[in-house]
Ligand binder design. Structure first.
Ligand code: ADP
Ligand code: MG
Ligand code: ZN
Length: 474
């Protein structure tokens, strides 16, 4: 029996207005090589000036993961040559990073929890981008010098599922803190996955393979599964030592395999040394006080939802997994509806209708409207089934909830006279079934209810239908 060992390195792009060591804007989608200056172009003589906002955001993150904050941290120079790095080195923090020894809790569907250690989080500068265009490659340096926080976990995860839960929690924390937009497609939340296996019970760490830059949770899950399968197979075939070497591999989505990118032999010698052009980074008392007052985090919000709304832990963790969803839910609850209904209508009905990259933030039906719709079910104005029709209508049409109910003629009939009239007709048209029912075929009750609801086009109040039918059939 094998055990899977996973450690994750995540590069989070911090959402400061300006770059790490110059005042160029960090904004996206500008003309290539326009957000640049002598510093981020690494022209001779240009010197870096540290952007303190970056330090503040790193301290916020350290606070959120219960870590040690090094009030004095240092920058180091990591040398490597690559076309998208004009200085031929990266400024990072190797020896004394700003954040060390943190932890994060993941929640499983069955309610159990696990703590994942975070070894360190350090500040570093991003590289530019190579753009491959047919036979030629171009370099865009707009991104060069953008601040990154690299967050390095302990090798504490034991399955692809745990890795994904960790990543989703981490993603949600940086979004709650508003220190990054964490957009995976745009590369502001980039994940490197380290994977190894070992015999169950063995505490040693075996050879790890690093899979680089996979840009969706689904692909990360798949890459881990494929890599684990490859390592297990090598072990079982007795060729583990030859085939599993410490190396960087790529995930090939089309071929559904991981493939060697560069091996240990080709690993660069980074020649790390303390960065001579920068002073130490000091967190002043003033900054420390400010940065450690962080907003409510997903776990705290979850506990509050459980207490305030009587939700179960799992629903609460689904709802608080993103800040947008949590805000939407809280606004729905302002209508004084039940949490259970709010969860269902938000996560099943509304989200099921959001297509083509639409999110709760851009949904045509906002929280107030959806809350109102649920309220109209709860006060018996409409049935749950009718509410689905109203929601369909609201997704396509600019309208208030009550107006839509009127327009669609879905107001539930609680007027017993009207329901009685429908029931009389149904019973008259089905006298054979009435006789069967009276002779003991109880199951037919459902048939009468169904027919009545159908004849009323779903508008009859189900409770009233039940009561009247019972009275008439007894
Ligand atoms: P490097 O800086 O060379 O990438 P680190 O020791 O910092 O190496 O480890 C990088 C990541 O790899 C960390 O997230 C760590 O938890 C993980 N890791 C280390 N050893 C293993 C292993 N044997 N199996 C899986 N993950 C590992
Ligand atoms: Mg690494
Ligand atoms: Zn610049």
């Amino acid at each position: 029996m094998f055990e899977i060992v996973i450690g994750l390195e995540v590069h989070v792009q911090l959402n400061t207005k300006t770059k790490l060591f110059c005042s160029c804007p960090t904004s996206f989608n500008h003309k290539q090589n326009t957000n640049t200056c002598p510093t981020c172009l690494a022209l001779p003589g240009a010197l870096p000036v540290f952007n303190k906002e970056v330090l503040k955001k790193a301290v916020m993150f350290g606070t959120a993961i219960d870590a040690t904050i090094n009030r004095t941290s240092y920058f180091d120079r990591k040398s490597y040559f690559y076309p998208d790095s004009p200085s031929a080195y990266q400024i990072t923090q190797l020896y004394t990073p700003i954040v060390e020894h943190g932890k994060l809790e993941i929640d499983f569907e069955d309610g159990s929890k696990k703590i994942i250690g975070i070894n360190r989080a350090h500040i570093e500068a991003d590289a530019g981008k190579n753009i491959h265009d047919g036979d030629i490659s171009k370099v865009d340096l707009n991104r060069a010098g953008t601040p990154l926080l690299e967050i390095v976990s302990e090798p504490d995860m034991r399955s692809a599922e745990e890795a994904i839960l960790y990543l989703k929690k981490l993603h949600s924390i940086v979004r709650y803190l508003d220190i990054s937009d964490a957009n995976m497609q745009e590369g502001s939340f980039r994940v490197d996955v380290n994977v190894s296996i070992r015999p169950k019970g063995d505490e040693n760490l075996y050879t790890r393979v690093e899979i680089k830059n996979i840009n969706s949770f689904r692909f990360i899950q798949r890459a881990i599964e494929l890599e684990v399968a490859r390592q297990k197979e090598a072990w079982e075939d007795g060729v583990y030592d030859q085939e599993i070497v410490q190396e960087t591999r790529l995930f090939d989505q089309a071929k559904q395999e991981t493939r060697s990118m560069r091996g240990k032999e080709e690993a660069a010698d980074y020649r790390y040394f303390p960065e001579p052009d920068l002073l130490k980074a000091v967190v002043t008392d003033e900054m420390y006080v400010q940065a450690t007052q962080i907003p409510e985090l997903p776990d705290e919000k979850k506990e509050r939802f459980v207490k305030d709304f009587g939700m179960n832990e799992y629903n609460a963790s689904v709802i608080t997994s993103t800040l947008e969803m949590a805000k939407f839910f809280e606004e729905m609850m302002d209508e004084g509806i039940s949490a259970k209904n709010a969860v269902t209508w938000l996560t099943v009905e509304l989200q099921g209708r959001l297509k083509g990259g639409m999110s709760v933030e851009t949904s045509p039906v906002d929280a107030k409207k959806l809350g109102m719709l649920v309220k109209r079910i709860e006060d018996n104005t409409i049935s749950g089934k009718a509410a689905k029709e109203v929601l369909d209508y609201l997704m396509e049409n600019e309208s208030g909830v009550d107006d839509a109910i009127d327009k669609l003629g879905l107001k539930q009939v609680s007027d017993t006279g009207a329901i009685e009239a429908i029931i009389d007709e149904i019973l008259a048209a089905n006298q054979d079934k009435v006789a069967e029912y009276k002779s003991g075929k109880d199951k037919l009750f459902g048939f009468f209810v169904g027919q009545t609801m159908k004849a009323s086009k779903g508008s009859a109040n189900p409770q009233a239908v039940n009561d009247i039918l019972k009275a008439k059939l007894s």
